[in-house]
Design a protein around this ligand. Sequence first.
Ligand code: NAX
Ligand code: ADP
Length: 450
Amino acid sequence: MHLLLPTTATLPLFDVAASRRIEARALTHSPDLMARAGLAVAKLSLALRRGDGPVWIACGPGNNGGDGRVAAQRLTEAGVPVHVGHNAPRRPSLVIDALLGLGLNRTPSTEMQLIFAAMAACGAPVLSVDLPSGLLADTGLPAGGHAVRADHTLALLTLKPGLLTGEGRAHCGHLWFDDLGIAPDEAPSAELLGTTRRPARGATSHKGSHGQVLVVGGAPGMQGAARLAARAALACGAGRVYLDLLNLPADQAADPGRPELMRGTLAALPRAVGVLGCGGGAAVAAALPDLLRQLSRAVIDADALNAIATDAGLQQALRARPDSATVLTPHPLEAARLLGCETASLQADRLAAARELARRFACTVVLKGAGSVIASPSERTAVCGSGGPALATAGSGDVLAGWLGGLWAQQPGASAHAIACAGVDAHGRAGEVDGVLRAGDLIERLAAAR
Ligand SMILES: NC(=O)C1=CN([C@@H]2O[C@H](COP(=O)(O)OP(=O)(O)OC[C@H]3O[C@@H](n4cnc5c(N)ncnc54)[C@H](O)[C@@H]3O)[C@@H](O)[C@H]2O)[C@@H](O)CC1
Ligand SMILES: Nc1ncnc2c1ncn2[C@@H]1O[C@H](COP(=O)(O)OP(=O)(O)O)[C@@H](O)[C@H]1O
Protein backbone atom coordinates (compact mmCIF):
# COMPACT_ATOMS: atom_id res chain seq x y z
CA MET A 1 0.00 0.00 0.00
CA HIS A 2 1.32 3.45 -0.82
CA LEU A 3 0.29 7.04 -1.30
CA LEU A 4 -0.22 7.31 -5.05
CA LEU A 5 0.48 10.92 -5.96
CA PRO A 6 2.78 12.41 -6.99
CA THR A 7 3.98 9.52 -9.13
CA THR A 8 6.88 9.57 -11.53
CA ALA A 9 5.81 6.25 -13.09
CA THR A 10 3.19 5.76 -15.76
CA LEU A 11 0.55 3.52 -14.17
CA PRO A 12 -2.27 1.44 -15.65
CA LEU A 13 -5.90 2.46 -15.15
CA PHE A 14 -8.76 -0.01 -15.46
CA ASP A 15 -12.42 0.79 -15.93
CA VAL A 16 -15.19 -1.06 -14.11
CA ALA A 17 -15.55 -3.82 -16.70
CA ALA A 18 -11.79 -4.49 -16.79
CA SER A 19 -11.51 -4.33 -12.98
CA ARG A 20 -14.29 -6.90 -12.71
CA ARG A 21 -12.55 -9.23 -15.17
CA ILE A 22 -9.24 -8.91 -13.36
CA GLU A 23 -10.94 -9.54 -10.03
CA ALA A 24 -12.81 -12.59 -11.34
CA ARG A 25 -9.62 -14.18 -12.69
CA ALA A 26 -7.65 -13.31 -9.55
CA LEU A 27 -10.29 -14.92 -7.33
CA THR A 28 -9.70 -18.29 -9.03
CA HIS A 29 -6.16 -18.47 -7.63
CA SER A 30 -6.42 -15.99 -4.72
CA PRO A 31 -9.80 -16.49 -3.05
CA ASP A 32 -8.75 -14.39 -0.05
CA LEU A 33 -8.90 -11.03 -1.87
CA MET A 34 -11.47 -9.58 0.49
CA ALA A 35 -9.36 -10.61 3.48
CA ARG A 36 -6.40 -8.79 1.92
CA ALA A 37 -8.55 -5.76 1.15
CA GLY A 38 -9.97 -5.59 4.67
CA LEU A 39 -6.51 -5.93 6.20
CA ALA A 40 -5.19 -3.10 4.03
CA VAL A 41 -8.10 -0.89 5.10
CA ALA A 42 -7.47 -1.72 8.77
CA LYS A 43 -3.75 -0.95 8.51
CA LEU A 44 -4.36 2.41 6.89
CA SER A 45 -7.06 3.18 9.45
CA LEU A 46 -4.58 2.70 12.28
CA ALA A 47 -2.36 5.33 10.70
CA LEU A 48 -5.16 7.79 9.97
CA ARG A 49 -7.17 7.58 13.19
CA ARG A 50 -7.37 10.79 15.20
CA GLY A 51 -7.79 10.20 18.93
CA ASP A 52 -9.09 7.21 20.92
CA GLY A 53 -12.74 7.26 19.85
CA PRO A 54 -14.35 4.40 17.96
CA VAL A 55 -13.78 3.87 14.26
CA TRP A 56 -17.16 4.22 12.57
CA ILE A 57 -17.51 1.73 9.74
CA ALA A 58 -20.50 2.26 7.45
CA CYS A 59 -20.96 -0.88 5.38
CA GLY A 60 -23.09 -1.24 2.26
CA PRO A 61 -24.88 -4.25 0.77
CA GLY A 62 -22.08 -5.57 -1.47
CA ASN A 63 -18.41 -6.54 -1.36
CA ASN A 64 -17.37 -2.97 -0.58
CA GLY A 65 -19.29 -3.44 2.66
CA GLY A 66 -17.58 -6.83 2.98
CA ASP A 67 -14.20 -5.12 2.92
CA GLY A 68 -15.45 -2.82 5.67
CA ARG A 69 -16.60 -5.74 7.83
CA VAL A 70 -13.24 -7.49 7.48
CA ALA A 71 -11.53 -4.23 8.46
CA ALA A 72 -13.81 -4.09 11.52
CA GLN A 73 -12.63 -7.57 12.59
CA ARG A 74 -8.97 -6.72 12.11
CA LEU A 75 -9.30 -3.46 14.04
CA THR A 76 -11.14 -5.20 16.87
CA GLU A 77 -8.33 -7.76 17.06
CA ALA A 78 -5.90 -4.85 17.30
CA GLY A 79 -7.82 -3.52 20.31
CA VAL A 80 -9.41 -0.59 18.47
CA PRO A 81 -13.05 0.18 19.35
CA VAL A 82 -15.26 -0.04 16.27
CA HIS A 83 -18.85 0.87 15.54
CA VAL A 84 -20.38 -0.84 12.52
CA GLY A 85 -23.63 0.77 11.40
CA HIS A 86 -25.26 3.62 9.55
CA ASN A 87 -25.46 6.04 12.47
CA ALA A 88 -22.47 7.98 13.77
CA PRO A 89 -21.13 6.97 17.20
CA ARG A 90 -20.06 9.69 19.65
CA ARG A 91 -16.71 11.27 18.81
CA PRO A 92 -15.46 8.82 16.17
CA SER A 93 -11.72 8.80 15.54
CA LEU A 94 -12.18 7.87 11.88
CA VAL A 95 -15.00 7.05 9.46
CA ILE A 96 -14.58 4.15 7.09
CA ASP A 97 -16.88 4.61 4.11
CA ALA A 98 -17.54 1.07 2.86
CA LEU A 99 -21.01 1.77 1.48
CA LEU A 100 -20.60 1.58 -2.29
CA GLY A 101 -17.70 0.76 -4.56
CA LEU A 102 -17.50 -0.57 -8.09
CA GLY A 103 -21.07 -1.86 -7.92
CA LEU A 104 -22.66 1.60 -7.83
CA ASN A 105 -25.47 1.44 -10.38
CA ARG A 106 -27.94 4.19 -9.44
CA THR A 107 -28.26 7.52 -7.71
CA PRO A 108 -27.73 7.08 -3.98
CA SER A 109 -31.09 7.05 -2.21
CA THR A 110 -32.13 9.78 0.23
CA GLU A 111 -31.29 7.41 3.08
CA MET A 112 -27.81 6.88 1.66
CA GLN A 113 -27.35 10.62 1.18
CA LEU A 114 -28.20 11.13 4.87
CA ILE A 115 -25.38 8.75 5.79
CA PHE A 116 -23.02 10.74 3.52
CA ALA A 117 -24.09 13.91 5.35
CA ALA A 118 -23.56 12.33 8.77
CA MET A 119 -20.04 11.30 7.73
CA ALA A 120 -19.24 14.84 6.68
CA ALA A 121 -20.70 16.28 9.88
CA CYS A 122 -19.15 13.95 12.46
CA GLY A 123 -15.80 15.74 12.58
CA ALA A 124 -13.59 12.69 11.96
CA PRO A 125 -11.48 12.08 8.85
CA VAL A 126 -13.20 9.93 6.23
CA LEU A 127 -11.44 7.00 4.58
CA SER A 128 -13.29 5.63 1.55
CA VAL A 129 -12.77 2.01 0.58
CA ASP A 130 -11.87 1.59 -3.10
CA LEU A 131 -13.96 4.63 -4.18
CA PRO A 132 -15.82 7.41 -2.41
CA SER A 133 -19.36 6.04 -2.24
CA GLY A 134 -21.46 7.47 -5.06
CA LEU A 135 -18.50 8.27 -7.34
CA LEU A 136 -18.70 6.57 -10.74
CA ALA A 137 -15.42 4.71 -11.24
CA ASP A 138 -15.20 5.19 -15.01
CA THR A 139 -15.87 8.91 -15.17
CA GLY A 140 -15.38 10.56 -11.77
CA LEU A 141 -18.97 11.78 -11.86
CA PRO A 142 -20.95 11.69 -8.59
CA ALA A 143 -24.07 9.65 -9.42
CA GLY A 144 -27.00 12.06 -9.43
CA GLY A 145 -24.66 14.67 -7.95
CA HIS A 146 -24.17 12.76 -4.68
CA ALA A 147 -20.91 11.21 -3.50
CA VAL A 148 -18.87 11.07 -0.32
CA ARG A 149 -16.10 13.65 0.03
CA ALA A 150 -13.32 11.61 1.57
CA ASP A 151 -10.10 12.80 3.18
CA HIS A 152 -8.44 9.59 2.02
CA THR A 153 -9.36 6.92 -0.49
CA LEU A 154 -7.72 3.52 -0.62
CA ALA A 155 -8.07 2.14 -4.15
CA LEU A 156 -7.98 -1.65 -4.17
CA LEU A 157 -6.74 -4.09 -6.80
CA THR A 158 -6.87 -1.57 -9.67
CA LEU A 159 -6.72 2.19 -10.18
CA LYS A 160 -9.87 3.48 -11.83
CA PRO A 161 -9.95 6.55 -14.13
CA GLY A 162 -12.74 8.21 -12.15
CA LEU A 163 -10.43 8.58 -9.16
CA LEU A 164 -8.32 11.00 -11.18
CA THR A 165 -10.54 12.98 -13.50
CA GLY A 166 -13.97 14.60 -13.48
CA GLU A 167 -14.87 15.35 -9.86
CA GLY A 168 -12.73 12.43 -8.68
CA ARG A 169 -9.88 14.44 -7.20
CA ALA A 170 -12.30 16.59 -5.21
CA HIS A 171 -13.97 13.52 -3.71
CA CYS A 172 -10.98 11.24 -3.10
CA GLY A 173 -8.77 13.39 -0.90
CA HIS A 174 -5.37 11.72 -0.55
CA LEU A 175 -5.29 8.74 -2.87
CA TRP A 176 -3.73 5.47 -1.67
CA PHE A 177 -3.35 2.27 -3.63
CA ASP A 178 -3.01 -1.40 -2.73
CA ASP A 179 -2.91 -3.89 -5.61
CA LEU A 180 -3.69 -6.73 -3.16
CA GLY A 181 -0.70 -8.60 -4.57
CA ILE A 182 -2.36 -9.11 -7.95
CA ALA A 183 -0.60 -8.14 -11.19
CA PRO A 184 -3.20 -7.06 -13.76
CA ASP A 185 -3.37 -9.58 -16.58
CA GLU A 186 -4.90 -7.49 -19.36
CA ALA A 187 -4.13 -4.27 -21.19
CA PRO A 188 -5.09 -1.11 -19.30
CA SER A 189 -8.17 0.88 -20.29
CA ALA A 190 -6.13 4.08 -19.92
CA GLU A 191 -3.00 5.21 -18.11
CA LEU A 192 -1.99 7.65 -15.43
CA LEU A 193 0.73 9.94 -16.76
CA GLY A 194 4.24 9.57 -15.42
CA THR A 195 7.11 11.99 -15.79
CA THR A 196 9.14 12.47 -18.96
CA ARG A 197 12.54 14.13 -18.88
CA ARG A 198 13.03 17.39 -20.74
CA PRO A 199 14.93 17.11 -24.05
CA ALA A 200 18.69 16.88 -23.50
CA ARG A 201 20.86 19.72 -24.88
CA GLY A 202 24.01 18.44 -26.56
CA ALA A 203 27.28 20.08 -25.50
CA THR A 204 27.88 21.40 -29.01
CA SER A 205 24.30 22.30 -29.82
CA HIS A 206 23.40 25.79 -30.99
CA LYS A 207 20.12 27.65 -31.25
CA GLY A 208 19.51 26.14 -34.66
CA SER A 209 19.56 22.70 -33.05
CA HIS A 210 16.56 23.44 -30.86
CA GLY A 211 13.91 24.35 -33.38
CA GLN A 212 11.58 27.27 -33.98
CA VAL A 213 8.18 28.15 -32.61
CA LEU A 214 5.73 30.58 -34.21
CA VAL A 215 2.96 31.82 -31.92
CA VAL A 216 0.03 33.22 -33.89
CA GLY A 217 -2.51 35.17 -31.84
CA GLY A 218 -2.50 38.20 -29.59
CA ALA A 219 -5.12 40.35 -31.32
CA PRO A 220 -5.45 43.89 -29.91
CA GLY A 221 -6.19 43.75 -26.20
CA MET A 222 -5.18 40.09 -25.95
CA GLN A 223 -1.46 40.19 -26.65
CA GLY A 224 -0.69 38.94 -23.16
CA ALA A 225 -1.98 35.47 -24.00
CA ALA A 226 0.27 35.13 -27.06
CA ARG A 227 3.23 36.53 -25.15
CA LEU A 228 2.74 34.06 -22.31
CA ALA A 229 2.71 31.21 -24.83
CA ALA A 230 5.85 32.56 -26.51
CA ARG A 231 7.64 33.04 -23.20
CA ALA A 232 6.76 29.47 -22.22
CA ALA A 233 8.14 28.11 -25.51
CA LEU A 234 11.34 30.08 -24.94
CA ALA A 235 11.65 28.91 -21.32
CA CYS A 236 11.16 25.33 -22.52
CA GLY A 237 14.29 25.63 -24.62
CA ALA A 238 13.09 26.27 -28.18
CA GLY A 239 15.97 27.73 -30.18
CA ARG A 240 14.03 30.69 -31.61
CA VAL A 241 10.55 31.89 -30.76
CA TYR A 242 8.55 34.28 -32.96
CA LEU A 243 5.26 36.05 -32.48
CA ASP A 244 2.80 36.84 -35.23
CA LEU A 245 0.67 39.34 -33.32
CA LEU A 246 -2.51 39.80 -35.29
CA ASN A 247 -3.17 43.38 -36.41
CA LEU A 248 -0.14 44.80 -34.58
CA PRO A 249 2.16 46.90 -36.80
CA ALA A 250 5.23 44.89 -37.78
CA ASP A 251 7.68 47.44 -36.39
CA GLN A 252 6.37 47.05 -32.85
CA ALA A 253 8.34 44.82 -30.46
CA ALA A 254 7.16 41.23 -30.04
CA ASP A 255 7.33 41.53 -26.27
CA PRO A 256 9.08 44.52 -24.67
CA GLY A 257 9.51 42.51 -21.44
CA ARG A 258 11.27 39.66 -23.27
CA PRO A 259 13.63 41.01 -25.92
CA GLU A 260 14.60 37.43 -26.82
CA LEU A 261 11.26 37.08 -28.62
CA MET A 262 10.97 38.14 -32.27
CA ARG A 263 8.21 39.07 -34.68
CA GLY A 264 7.66 36.55 -37.45
CA THR A 265 5.15 35.24 -39.96
CA LEU A 266 4.23 31.93 -41.53
CA ALA A 267 5.72 32.99 -44.87
CA ALA A 268 9.18 33.33 -43.32
CA LEU A 269 8.89 30.37 -40.93
CA PRO A 270 7.17 27.48 -42.68
CA ARG A 271 9.06 24.87 -40.65
CA ALA A 272 8.28 26.30 -37.21
CA VAL A 273 5.98 24.57 -34.77
CA GLY A 274 2.79 26.64 -34.73
CA VAL A 275 1.10 27.60 -31.49
CA LEU A 276 -2.18 28.97 -32.75
CA GLY A 277 -4.98 30.93 -31.20
CA CYS A 278 -3.77 32.25 -27.83
CA GLY A 279 -5.57 35.60 -27.56
CA GLY A 280 -6.41 35.21 -31.23
CA GLY A 281 -9.84 36.79 -31.16
CA ALA A 282 -11.86 36.66 -34.36
CA ALA A 283 -8.80 37.62 -36.43
CA VAL A 284 -7.15 34.24 -36.13
CA ALA A 285 -9.90 32.56 -38.19
CA ALA A 286 -8.69 34.23 -41.40
CA ALA A 287 -5.12 33.04 -40.82
CA LEU A 288 -6.04 29.44 -40.06
CA PRO A 289 -6.50 27.95 -43.57
CA ASP A 290 -2.89 28.70 -44.55
CA LEU A 291 -1.54 27.75 -41.13
CA LEU A 292 -3.37 24.41 -41.13
CA ARG A 293 -2.20 23.65 -44.67
CA GLN A 294 1.44 24.61 -44.28
CA LEU A 295 2.60 23.94 -40.74
CA SER A 296 3.86 20.39 -40.24
CA ARG A 297 3.31 20.58 -36.46
CA ALA A 298 0.71 22.70 -34.70
CA VAL A 299 -0.69 23.19 -31.21
CA ILE A 300 -4.16 24.70 -31.46
CA ASP A 301 -5.73 26.54 -28.55
CA ALA A 302 -8.40 29.04 -27.48
CA ASP A 303 -9.85 31.21 -30.26
CA ALA A 304 -8.43 29.01 -32.99
CA LEU A 305 -10.51 26.17 -31.50
CA ASN A 306 -13.56 28.41 -31.34
CA ALA A 307 -13.07 29.32 -34.98
CA ILE A 308 -12.79 25.67 -35.97
CA ALA A 309 -15.93 24.81 -33.97
CA THR A 310 -18.06 27.05 -36.20
CA ASP A 311 -16.44 26.48 -39.59
CA ALA A 312 -16.89 23.23 -41.50
CA GLY A 313 -14.09 24.20 -43.92
CA LEU A 314 -11.59 24.55 -41.08
CA GLN A 315 -12.74 21.25 -39.64
CA GLN A 316 -12.08 19.61 -42.98
CA ALA A 317 -8.65 21.28 -43.14
CA LEU A 318 -7.87 19.94 -39.68
CA ARG A 319 -8.86 16.40 -40.61
CA ALA A 320 -6.77 16.63 -43.76
CA ARG A 321 -3.54 17.24 -41.83
CA PRO A 322 -1.10 14.33 -41.62
CA ASP A 323 -1.28 11.88 -38.71
CA SER A 324 0.31 13.01 -35.47
CA ALA A 325 0.78 16.58 -36.68
CA THR A 326 -1.69 18.39 -34.43
CA VAL A 327 -2.46 18.84 -30.75
CA LEU A 328 -5.75 20.49 -29.74
CA THR A 329 -5.83 21.90 -26.20
CA PRO A 330 -9.48 22.73 -25.40
CA HIS A 331 -10.80 23.50 -21.94
CA PRO A 332 -14.22 21.94 -21.35
CA LEU A 333 -16.23 24.81 -22.85
CA GLU A 334 -14.08 24.89 -26.00
CA ALA A 335 -14.35 21.10 -26.22
CA ALA A 336 -18.13 21.29 -25.90
CA ARG A 337 -18.25 23.83 -28.74
CA LEU A 338 -16.15 21.51 -30.91
CA LEU A 339 -18.45 18.58 -30.20
CA GLY A 340 -21.63 20.65 -30.37
CA CYS A 341 -22.81 19.56 -26.93
CA GLU A 342 -23.33 21.01 -23.46
CA THR A 343 -20.30 21.37 -21.17
CA ALA A 344 -22.02 19.36 -18.43
CA SER A 345 -22.63 16.35 -20.67
CA LEU A 346 -19.03 16.51 -21.90
CA GLN A 347 -17.73 16.67 -18.32
CA ALA A 348 -19.90 13.69 -17.41
CA ASP A 349 -17.48 11.45 -19.31
CA ARG A 350 -14.23 13.23 -20.04
CA LEU A 351 -12.38 10.21 -21.40
CA ALA A 352 -15.16 9.48 -23.88
CA ALA A 353 -15.33 13.15 -24.92
CA ALA A 354 -11.58 13.42 -25.49
CA ARG A 355 -11.59 10.18 -27.49
CA GLU A 356 -14.49 11.38 -29.61
CA LEU A 357 -12.73 14.68 -30.36
CA ALA A 358 -9.54 12.82 -31.28
CA ARG A 359 -11.49 10.53 -33.59
CA ARG A 360 -13.59 13.27 -35.17
CA PHE A 361 -10.68 15.60 -35.93
CA ALA A 362 -7.93 12.97 -36.34
CA CYS A 363 -5.77 14.82 -33.80
CA THR A 364 -4.26 14.50 -30.38
CA VAL A 365 -6.58 16.15 -27.87
CA VAL A 366 -5.75 17.52 -24.44
CA LEU A 367 -9.05 17.99 -22.63
CA LYS A 368 -7.94 20.36 -19.88
CA GLY A 369 -9.21 20.77 -16.33
CA ALA A 370 -8.62 18.75 -13.16
CA GLY A 371 -7.39 15.39 -14.43
CA SER A 372 -6.57 16.52 -17.96
CA VAL A 373 -7.22 13.75 -20.48
CA ILE A 374 -4.95 13.15 -23.48
CA ALA A 375 -6.48 11.15 -26.32
CA SER A 376 -5.15 10.33 -29.79
CA PRO A 377 -6.27 7.98 -32.51
CA SER A 378 -4.54 4.60 -31.92
CA GLU A 379 -2.91 5.56 -28.61
CA ARG A 380 -3.83 4.63 -25.08
CA THR A 381 -5.74 7.48 -23.44
CA ALA A 382 -3.80 9.12 -20.62
CA VAL A 383 -5.03 10.95 -17.54
CA CYS A 384 -2.92 13.54 -15.78
CA GLY A 385 -2.60 13.15 -12.03
CA SER A 386 -0.57 16.29 -11.47
CA GLY A 387 -1.72 19.87 -11.12
CA GLY A 388 -4.26 21.54 -8.91
CA PRO A 389 -6.39 24.62 -8.39
CA ALA A 390 -3.38 26.95 -8.30
CA LEU A 391 -3.55 26.58 -12.09
CA ALA A 392 -7.15 27.82 -12.24
CA THR A 393 -6.09 31.31 -13.26
CA ALA A 394 -5.96 33.29 -16.48
CA GLY A 395 -3.09 32.41 -18.76
CA SER A 396 -2.11 28.99 -17.47
CA GLY A 397 -3.59 27.39 -20.59
CA ASP A 398 -1.57 29.74 -22.81
CA VAL A 399 1.53 28.63 -20.95
CA LEU A 400 0.64 25.00 -21.61
CA ALA A 401 0.18 25.61 -25.35
CA GLY A 402 3.52 27.43 -25.56
CA TRP A 403 5.30 24.77 -23.55
CA LEU A 404 3.99 22.04 -25.86
CA GLY A 405 5.24 24.06 -28.84
CA GLY A 406 8.63 24.43 -27.20
CA LEU A 407 8.91 20.72 -26.49
CA TRP A 408 7.91 19.82 -30.03
CA ALA A 409 10.35 22.25 -31.60
CA GLN A 410 13.17 20.45 -29.83
CA GLN A 411 11.88 16.96 -30.64
CA PRO A 412 10.69 17.05 -34.23
CA GLY A 413 10.47 13.26 -34.38
CA ALA A 414 8.19 12.92 -31.36
CA SER A 415 4.54 12.08 -31.84
CA ALA A 416 1.86 14.61 -30.99
CA HIS A 417 0.68 12.23 -28.28
CA ALA A 418 4.11 11.95 -26.65
CA ILE A 419 4.55 15.72 -26.67
CA ALA A 420 1.12 16.25 -25.15
CA CYS A 421 1.72 13.68 -22.40
CA ALA A 422 5.14 15.09 -21.49
CA GLY A 423 4.00 18.70 -21.51
CA VAL A 424 0.74 18.23 -19.64
CA ASP A 425 2.45 16.36 -16.84
CA ALA A 426 5.27 18.92 -16.51
CA HIS A 427 2.73 21.76 -16.51
CA GLY A 428 0.68 20.06 -13.81
CA ARG A 429 3.71 19.39 -11.61
CA ALA A 430 4.87 22.97 -11.90
CA GLY A 431 1.37 24.02 -10.83
CA GLU A 432 1.41 22.12 -7.55
CA VAL A 433 1.62 24.97 -5.09
CA ASP A 434 -0.69 26.34 -2.43
CA GLY A 435 -2.80 29.32 -3.38
CA VAL A 436 -2.70 30.83 -6.85
CA LEU A 437 0.12 30.62 -9.36
CA ARG A 438 0.27 33.54 -11.78
CA ALA A 439 0.98 32.40 -15.32
CA GLY A 440 4.30 34.27 -15.44
CA ASP A 441 5.44 32.47 -12.28
CA LEU A 442 4.25 29.16 -13.72
CA ILE A 443 6.67 29.65 -16.61
CA GLU A 444 9.54 30.19 -14.18
CA ARG A 445 8.62 27.05 -12.24
CA LEU A 446 8.41 25.03 -15.46
CA ALA A 447 11.80 26.34 -16.55
CA ALA A 448 13.40 25.47 -13.21
CA ALA A 449 12.07 21.89 -13.15
CA ARG A 450 14.07 19.18 -14.90
N1 NAX B 1 -14.77 -9.65 -4.46
C1 NAX B 1 -13.65 -9.43 -3.80
O1 NAX B 1 -13.05 -10.32 -3.26
C2 NAX B 1 -13.13 -8.06 -3.75
C3 NAX B 1 -14.00 -7.00 -3.68
N2 NAX B 1 -13.56 -5.76 -3.60
C4 NAX B 1 -14.52 -4.75 -3.20
O2 NAX B 1 -15.77 -5.02 -3.75
C5 NAX B 1 -16.31 -3.86 -4.33
C6 NAX B 1 -17.25 -4.23 -5.42
O3 NAX B 1 -18.24 -5.04 -4.81
P1 NAX B 1 -19.71 -5.18 -5.37
O4 NAX B 1 -19.66 -5.61 -6.76
O5 NAX B 1 -20.45 -6.05 -4.41
O6 NAX B 1 -20.26 -3.71 -5.37
P2 NAX B 1 -20.60 -2.72 -4.18
O7 NAX B 1 -20.05 -3.16 -2.90
O8 NAX B 1 -20.26 -1.40 -4.68
O9 NAX B 1 -22.18 -2.79 -4.02
C7 NAX B 1 -23.06 -3.32 -4.92
C8 NAX B 1 -24.40 -3.38 -4.22
O10 NAX B 1 -24.84 -2.05 -3.98
C9 NAX B 1 -26.11 -1.85 -4.55
N3 NAX B 1 -26.15 -0.47 -5.00
C10 NAX B 1 -25.61 0.04 -6.13
N4 NAX B 1 -25.83 1.36 -6.22
C11 NAX B 1 -26.51 1.68 -5.10
C12 NAX B 1 -27.04 2.89 -4.61
N5 NAX B 1 -26.87 4.02 -5.29
N6 NAX B 1 -27.68 2.90 -3.44
C13 NAX B 1 -27.82 1.76 -2.73
N7 NAX B 1 -27.36 0.57 -3.15
C14 NAX B 1 -26.71 0.53 -4.32
C15 NAX B 1 -26.23 -2.86 -5.64
O11 NAX B 1 -27.58 -3.15 -5.91
C16 NAX B 1 -25.48 -4.04 -5.02
O12 NAX B 1 -26.31 -4.74 -4.12
C17 NAX B 1 -15.11 -3.06 -4.76
O13 NAX B 1 -15.41 -1.71 -4.91
C18 NAX B 1 -14.17 -3.32 -3.61
O14 NAX B 1 -14.43 -2.49 -2.51
C19 NAX B 1 -12.15 -5.43 -3.67
O15 NAX B 1 -11.73 -5.21 -2.39
C20 NAX B 1 -11.34 -6.52 -4.31
C21 NAX B 1 -11.66 -7.84 -3.75
N1 ADP C 1 -8.27 22.55 -10.54
C1 ADP C 1 -7.35 22.26 -11.44
N2 ADP C 1 -6.60 21.16 -11.33
C2 ADP C 1 -5.66 20.86 -12.25
N3 ADP C 1 -5.38 21.62 -13.34
C3 ADP C 1 -6.11 22.73 -13.50
C4 ADP C 1 -7.12 23.11 -12.58
N4 ADP C 1 -7.66 24.27 -13.03
C5 ADP C 1 -7.02 24.59 -14.17
N5 ADP C 1 -6.08 23.67 -14.47
C6 ADP C 1 -5.20 23.67 -15.64
O1 ADP C 1 -4.85 25.02 -15.96
C7 ADP C 1 -4.95 25.24 -17.37
C8 ADP C 1 -6.03 26.28 -17.65
O2 ADP C 1 -6.20 26.45 -19.02
P1 ADP C 1 -7.29 27.43 -19.65
O3 ADP C 1 -8.61 27.18 -19.03
O4 ADP C 1 -7.17 27.31 -21.13
O5 ADP C 1 -6.77 28.84 -19.15
P2 ADP C 1 -6.46 30.19 -19.95
O6 ADP C 1 -7.36 30.22 -21.14
O7 ADP C 1 -6.75 31.29 -18.99
O8 ADP C 1 -5.02 30.15 -20.32
C9 ADP C 1 -5.23 23.88 -17.98
O9 ADP C 1 -4.02 23.23 -18.31
C10 ADP C 1 -5.94 23.14 -16.86
O10 ADP C 1 -5.84 21.75 -16.97
